[in-house]
Design a binder for this molecule. Structure first.
Ligand SMILES: [Zn+2]
Length: 85
């Protein structure tokens, strides 16, 4: 079972603040590959919202998933830590 995670930037629909969402890579890649709905959730400082990724967001996330695939999960986690602090 693939337990690696990816993080990708999403924009909160309420305030436009960009933040990094961390999710299971396999789940994301599957949703993108099979045209399933991809649920995103906002964890910004002020809002807790869930919505379905639109085409633009799906495309961005796909690019992230492909890029991070080459680096391995440990590097991904490091990238998250570095950007959040
Ligand atoms: Zn917000």
């Amino acid at each position: 079972m693939d337990r690696s995670t990816i993080c990708f930037p999403v924009t909160c629909p309420c305030c436009g603040q960009e933040y990094l969402m961390v999710s299971n890579r396999n789940l994301i890649v599957n949703a993108l590959a099979t045209e399933q709905r991809l649920a995103l959730s906002s964890v910004c400082a002020h809002h807790r919202v869930m919505w379905v990724a639109n085409e633009i967001e799906r495309h961005q996330i796909q690019e992230y998933a492909e890029t991070l695939h080459c680096r391995g999960s440990r590097r991904v986690r490091n990238c998250c830590d570095a950007r959040m602090h």
